[in-house]
Design a protein around this ligand. Structure first.
Ligand code: N01
Length: 492
């Protein structure tokens, strides 16, 4: 069997970005394993009406694969998916991607210094290094509401939209009011006969000032990539400054709350509805919602906000705690994702065959979010504590990718058997991360997908994107066991 230089799990932004950077570093022998029939990750899966990015496209794209032709400030999902597909062609990646190849296990062979991925079809792929790019938001979460199986109408999850089911003229319930729901609701209102939005927790909303990109700026960016880089930098620093209000509780947090309350007052006249929509947690604790058309949609005659807790689903619809049965033809679950905070998407066995899930049972942790002790030559994108709350995920992703590529280059150039972060370095790193997290807004009392049930934060990075990038700018070999293939001696 061929032993590749690298195997990459997932053909979304992170997997494809890794492939591009490997290529640019002169590493050609890699394979990308993708469980679906097409590339695109979360942007292939999330095709719900209104799907768009709430980070400006100039910043929500790779700096090494700029697109001068974004049609809007905040492009829609279809355009982002188009950008991802275009990258596959532009960088000639198609023949490296194995579609419909679902990885079911990943195991390290200590003697050979290789990772082997087993797949659902019974295949095996072996490589000297592996990159996990399966994505944190890959698996839709359908909440276990009592009576769910008894409902006889149609059910759709936001991340698996059923385009074959026309909602025109139907009575629709939307469960959830997170980032996906606030994009879906304005699209459904006016098309469906009625929309009932079931809210458990109101979120903080800021306006999203979306504009069509003027022709002159496209022409400028096409002619001058440097001008586009400058515009990207301007967006970056604008978002970076938001950390001051969203990551920590500061005077800027109060300013964000004021701006969001002003937005609510401007858009919602009814004081009772305003009260229902006012959050009781600090801005930033849950993800900020960026939308200018959600509140107006909620106030249309054919839309109603329901704040009574859901008790169960019935054959006809949704039962709430006030005893009302809301009869609907379709229930849209905008209820988010099963985000792995305590396990792995499939069994990963490192040194000694020990499952990573065991190490992560009480909360995932890694070194700089990228490497895990006992798992040499394996690199995570969007690993533990790598999430941004204020800036573009792709900025963080680029740092992770470049770190992994630098380490892979080293493994290949020095013919290493293993490059493994030490447990001591990982624990030191995590003690500091958890100390810093304790002072952030995410750990200030709200519930969110960032936290485990017992409040452990295994997802977010407690700092600026600049700090995150700086810690990944350097591969500090003092924190690793470096085992050479020839001598099998440990050199640190
Ligand atoms: O999911 P969520 P999402 N009964 O988990 C509610 C990214 N994203 O798909 O807040 C009733 O945020 C739940 O209520 P509560 C982004 O990273 C990005 O909206 O837990 N309600 C909440 O309201 C985002 O953070 C973009 O009380 C139930 C909602 O469902 C992530 O995806 C766009 C319930 C889930 O909100 C997830 O966003 C969209 C129950 N049993 C998404 N269970 C961009 O623009 C859950 N809820 C880049």
């Amino acid at each position: 069997m061929t032993t590749h230089a690298t195997l990459i799990v997932g053909a979304g932004f992170a997997g494809l970005g890794t492939a591009i950077r490997l290529r640019q570093a002169g590493i050609e022998d890699f394979v990308i394993l993708e469980r679906a029939g097409e590339v695109g990750g979360t942007w292939r899966d999330n095709t719900y009406p209104g799907a768009a990015c709430d980070i400006p496209s100039l910043l929500y794209s790779f700096s090494f694969a700029q697109n001068p032709d974004w049609s809007r400030t905040y492009s829609g999902g279809a355009e982002i998916l188009g950008y991802i597909r275009a990258m596959v062609e532009r960088f000639g990646l198609r023949d490296r991607i194995r579609l419909r190849t679902e990885v079911t296990g990943l195991a390290f062979d200590e003697a050979a210094g290789t990772w082997t991925a087993t797949t659902a079809g019974g295949g095996e792929f072996t490589a000297r290094t592996a990159v996990m790019a399966a994505g944190p938001l890959a698996n839709a979460s359908l909440p276990d509401i009592r009576g769910r199986d008894s409902y006889t109408g149609h059910m759709i999850h936001s991340a698996r939209w059923d385009h074959g089911h026309d909602l025109t003229g139907k009575r629709v319930a939307v469960i959830g009011t997170g980032a996906s729901a606030v994009q879906i609701v304005p699209e459904l209102v006016g098309r469906a006969a009625s929309v009932k939005v079931f809210q458990r927790t109101p979120g903080w909303v800021l306006p999203r000032l979306d504009r069509r990109t003027p022709a002159w700026s496209r022409a400028l960016f096409r002619r001058s990539p440097a001008a586009q880089t400058a515009a990207r930098q301007a967006w970056f620093w604008g978002h970076e400054s938001m950390a001051l209000g969203l990551v920590w509780d500061t005077v800027f947090t109060t300013a964000v709350a004021k701006a969001a309350r002003l937005h609510l007052r401007r858009q919602v006249r009814d004081p009772w509805l305003r009260r229902q929509l006012t959050p009781h947690f600090r801005p930033g604790c849950k993800r900020m919602l960026m939308t200018s058309d959600y509140y107006p949609a909620l106030q249309r005659d054919d839309c109603k906000l329901i704040t009574w807790p859901i008790v169960s689903l019935s054959p006809a619809g949704v039962r709430t705690a006030d005893g009302i049965e809301h009869e609907v033809d379709c229930i849209v679950f905008a209820t988010g994702f099963d985000v792995g905070k305590t396990g792995t998407p499939f069994p990963i066995r490192g040194v000694g065959g020990r499952p990573l899930a065991e190490q992560w049972a009480r909360g995932a942790q890694a070194y700089k979010s990228v490497n895990v002790a006992g798992h040499p030559n394996l690199f995570f994108t969007f690993g533990p504590n790598s999430g941004p709350g204020h800036n573009s995920a792709l900025v963080y992703m680029e740092s992770q990718i470049d770190y992994a590529v630098r380490a892979i280059r080293l493994i290949l150039d020095r013919d290493l058997l293993a490059l493994e972060v030490t447990r001591a370095a990982q624990e030191r790193f995590n003690r500091r991360i958890q100390r810093r997290l304790a002072r952030t807004t995410w750990n200030s009392g709200c519930t969110s997908w960032y936290l485990t049930d017992d409040g452990h934060n295994a997802t977010m990075y407690p700092g600026f994107a600049t700090q995150y990038a700086r810690q990944l700018a350097r591969l500090d070999l003092a924190d690793y066991r470096v085992i050479s293939r020839q001598t099998e001696e440990v050199t640190t």
